[in-house]
Design a protein around this ligand. Sequence first.
Ligand SMILES: [Zn+2]
Length: 155
Amino acid sequence: MMASSKYFIDLIGFAHIESCNSSTTFSLHGHNARLTLSVQSQNDELDWPYVQNIVSQAKLLAKSFDHVILIPKHLVSLQGTQATVLVNGKSYSFPKQDVLLLETQSARIEDIARAILSRLVGLLTSSLEKSCSLIISLEVSRRLGTTATQSLILP
Ligand SMILES: [Zn+2]
């Protein structure tokens, strides 16, 4: 028997340079999205203090994805206070502090789910030794649009 639980994490608003809504042109635009975290255990029971810790870390982490421009690191050159991005022949320049660099290839909604989840796991590694095996999934759901879910199995 598996135990599982779902938690609302946050609403975030972000900008990115992507082709969304079946448009083929890359442009700078923004979305609001709802973050939901699911935690599943292979055992009958969830370790509640541990799950609460995961949820509170996820809530803190979500704040860093709110009100920022999300850009894949490999597209950005940093010069002084500016982050410059070249996409499809267009050059954009933003103040560095308004940009959050992602390790992903692009900044589509599924990449954002993956980026948040991998940072979350990075934050949790110090407390993993006591954990049972968990599957954590993050759903990033755009209003009136796409939903992407990424999952990871914790050791
Ligand atoms: Zn978009």
